[in-house]
Design a protein around this ligand. Structure first.
Ligand SMILES: [Zn+2]
Length: 195
C-alpha cells in the first residue's frame, strides 16, 4: 500500500470527522484509470455516533475524500498541484454543474472537481444553476437554485463539510485556523501566514 496516500487519506478523514472517524480504516488503495482510489473499511455503528453536530453521513464524507484523492494523485507519484485559475478551470471542465465561474481559491480544486463528478453521475436536472460558490469563515459555501435532487444537496453539503479539512491554498490536508481571517490551511501555509 502507498504509505503517503494512506497517511493523507486518514489525515483528511480524521480532520473532517473528528471522533466520527473512529473505527474507519483504509482497506486498500485500488489503481484505477481515474487515479488511486482509496477503499475504506467503515464498520457499522452499533449506536448513533456523537461526533461533530450536523456532520454529513460519514460514508459520504469518506467517499468524497476517496474521489478527491484519486484526482489529486491521478497519474502522479506525488500530489498534483492545483491549477492557478481553478475558478475558471472548474467552470470550463464541469459547465453543467458550475454554470458560473467560482469565487474560490485554488486549494479546493480537486474537492470541487470530485463533487462535480459525483453530481454528474447522478444526473443534473434541467434548469440547474449555481448561484455562488465561495469561501466564508474558512469553509466552502455552495449555493444553487432550481430543482435540486436530494442526492445533489447531500453531495454539496458533504463538500462544504470536507472543505474544513483541505488547505484552501494548496489542497493538502489542513484545518481551520483562527486569528485574523478564519481560513482552512495546511501546516506549511499556516506557518507562512504567521510570518
Ligand atoms: Zn497548503
Amino acid at each position: 500500500m502507498n504509505t503517503a496516500i494512506h497517511a493523507e487519506a486518514m489525515g483528511y478523514l480524521t480532520q473532517a470527522l473528528g471522533e466520527g472517524a473512529a473505527g474507519i480504516t483504509v482497506a486498500a488503495i485500488d489503481t484505477t484509470g481515474a487515479g488511486p482510489r482509496v477503499r475504506w473499511d467503515i464498520p457499522r455503528l452499533s449506536r448513533p455516533r456523537t461526533g461533530h453536530a450536523g456532520a454529513p453521513d460519514r460514508a459520504h464524507v469518506a467517499e468524497l475524500v476517496s474521489r478527491m484523492m484519486a484526482l489529486r494523485w491521478q497519474g502522479s507519484q506525488q500530489p498534483r498541484e492545483v491549477p492557478a485559475e481553478s475558478y475558471l478551470q472548474l467552470h470550463a471542465d464541469y459547465p453543467a454543474v458550475f454554470t458560473e465561474t467560482l469565487e474560490t481559491g485554488s486549494g479546493w480544486h480537486w474537492l470541487l472537481a470530485a463533487a462535480a463528478e459525483s453530481i454528474l453521475e447522478g444526473g443534473v436536472p434541467e434548469g440547474h444553476r449555481t448561484c455562488q460558490v465561495k469561501e466564508k469563515f474558512g469553509t466552502l459555501r455552495w449555493y444553487v437554485r432550481g430543482s435540486t435532487p436530494q442526492s445533489m444537496l447531500e453531495t454539496i453539503a458533504t463538500a462544504e463539510w470536507v472543505s474544513g479539512a483541505v488547505c484552501e491554498v494548496c489542497g493538502a490536508p489542513g484545518s481551520i485556523r483562527t486569528g485574523g481571517w478564519i481560513r482552512t490551511l495546511c501546516d506549511a501555509h499556516a506557518d507562512r501566514k504567521r510570518r
